[in-house]
Design a protein around this ligand. Sequence first.
Ligand code: PLP
Length: 338
Amino acid sequence: MSTPTRIDLRSDTVTTPTPHMRAAMAEALVGDDVYGEDPTVNELQQETAALLGFEAGLFMPSGTMTNQVAIAVHTQRGQEVICAEGSHIYEWELGMMATFSGVVPRFVPAPVGVPDPAQVRRAVRHSIHQSPTGLIALENTHNKAGGTVLPHEVIVGIREVADAEGLPLHLDGARLMNAAAAQNVPARQIARYFDSVSLCLSKGLGAPVGSVLVGSKRFIASAHRYRKMMGGGMRQAGTLAAAGLIALREGPANLPGDHRRARELAETLVQAGYDVDLSTVQTNIVYATIQDAQAKVEGWAAQGLLASALDIDRVRFVLHYQIDDAMLQRAKEIVAGM
Ligand SMILES: *Cc1c(COP(=O)(O)O)cnc(C)c1O
């Protein structure tokens, strides 16, 4: 008997580089990127900036670093960052906004990951008695809410608040390309409302490592210094950037398929009696509410299906390009108890 296939739906970070990425990595031109002399890193930064409609970009090892560097550039110590409840910049970035930038989050409610511009406006603080607001940060797609997409009018409304209050607006766009695919618009049509955007190459786009932060030339010049402070100066990083370029060019084409498979898996879970809010299944992530999530996940893992128990009663499945229809079929059979 052959070993059962391992169907890894714990995250879209678990993918391995494509053969095309491996070839590009082997051939990449490199130089010392801390001196700005790695041609492949420079190409990736310029191409990402152009794709998203910005002047400049900066390559970093992780999305946590691109977000936290952006926060450091935009804010001053003692300020608040307005963000949606459940935002990655706070929930999953280990308190870095406090330890590195000396700022604290102020959450606004975000049912299904979507904050209300009126509540963002009410959360802004300018009084001498309170920590002033330094930044508004949005997340699109919203990971913890289930990969949900920010509606266009919400982004426009929050941009208006930022302009009226004189505040910068950052986008944690780790999965911006998923949002663009779901809305069938170019990513720059979403990105244009923000002062800075952080894009992950190593999620659904499939690169082994890396994220790019984009913004104005002035913003990126400042980001360069904070990246170095965080230990993100990577020297001959062109080998990684080469894979990132392939991810940027070829990755987006896979996303509609990932979204369709996520939807199919969600529907199978519902048919099997699990509690899934189908309205939140808009991209490549599926959350199910399951009592004793850990035991359930272990049972499925024994059959070759890996998912994440992210809370005592929440299980997350994330689709990505290394899950084809045959693997999806097997995943559906396992969750349906077949
Ligand atoms: C994955 C992710 C990040 C970055 O995570 P790293 O593991 O540091 O690359 C940032 N924001 C969101 C919404 C994410 O899902």
